[in-house]
Design a protein around this ligand. Structure first.
Ligand code: SF4
Length: 294
């Protein structure tokens, strides 16, 4: 080896606007000393959840929050269905609504399309992961009537003779969206009946080409992300297709020194919209320590 390889953290990786905002809102509330309960994990990153837990943030499903727990509730960036707002209101609880403004807007669009679909005997399709909190929220804005399509086989339930209003979970891949859109068009008796709204968030879509370029610039890439994050999965796959020596880690403890066995010029560290920057810095430090021992 010619010396220690260069290590670069991708400056465009880390929290997106919506997640940064939610974490900031949570920290501001925690500083007031009231405690705070997040309805579901505030971010799909185990390490960040633990950091906030140590500051006093607890996590619970909405139907499990105990009535004696008087801490305000936080709705995370993914958003919630109307039923959640109703429940919080009925129970007279204080709500910190950290739903990402992009998701709020999408919820309104989905709701409007659902009303139109009802009036015109159409159907709403949401391309997204079944059970993902953002999708559960969006689904609620159609009175749980929209068809959630995650895989092509889910289209079996599509009515080919009805108008389709199509939307996407904000963190899905563009490639997957394009495939489902074409499959729907092919199934409809009148292809003009497809009103497709590509609602994949720019904060996610723009990262794919950037990260692909980043992955080609390095000999080894370490992708830092939460194991339950959809966005991490999409972005990791994008890096992996460009550089087969891309490895997924949830934290510094997952690094395998064997990844750096052959001579290297550079190592890239990057992450998802739910990956805190401090975690990528921890990984950088750990890699540096391993390289120092080799
Ligand atoms: S990915 Fe986009 S829509 Fe989702 S939380 Fe981040 S900014 Fe908001």
């Amino acid at each position: 080896m010619k010396g220690k390889p260069n290590i670069e953290i991708d400056s465009g990786s880390g929290f997106c606007f919506g997640v940064s905002r939610a974490v900031r809102m949570a920290e501001e509330q925690l500083e007031k000393g009231t405690g705070l309960t997040s309805i579901g994990e505030i971010v799909h990153n185990e390490e960040e959840v633990e950091r906030l837990r140590l500051k006093g943030l607890s996590t619970s499903a909405l139907d499990r929050v105990h009535s004696s727990d008087e801490a305000p509730l936080l709705f995370r960036a993914h958003g919630e269905p109307p039923a959640s707002y109703k429940k919080v209101k009925e129970e007279g609880r204080t709500l910190i609504d950290a739903t990402c403004p992009v998701v709020l807007k999408l919820q309104q669009r989905v709701h409007k399309a659902w009303l139109q679909a009802k009036a015109e005997d159409g159907q709403v399709v949401i391309y997204g992961k079944k059970g993902h909190p953002e999708v559960t929220g969006l689904w609620g804005y159609t009175d749980n009537e929209a068809l959630v399509v995650q895989h092509p086989e889910d289209l079996e339930q599509l009515d080919p003779d009805k108008k389709v209003f199509m939307f996407a979970q904000t963190t899905m891949s563009q490639k997957g969206y394009a495939e489902i859109q074409e499959l729907i068009r092919g199934r409809l008796s009148n292809p003009d009946n497809l009103m497709a709204h590509n609602t994949i968030c720019g904060q996610v879509a723009n990262r794919v080409p950037r990260l692909k370029e980043f992955a080609t610039r390095h000999d080894v890439v370490i992708f830092v992300g939460g194991t339950r994050s959809s966005n991490a999965k999409v972005l990791f796959e994008a890096c992996k297709t460009e550089n087969s020596r891309t490895h997924f880690v949830a934290g510094a403890g997952d690094i395998d020194p064997q990844w750096f066995g052959s001579p290297l010029n550079s190592i890239g560290i990057c992450g998802a919209t739910s990956t805190p920057y401090w975690l990528m810095e921890q990984v950088e430090k750990a890699v540096d320590t391993i390289l120092g021992k080799q």
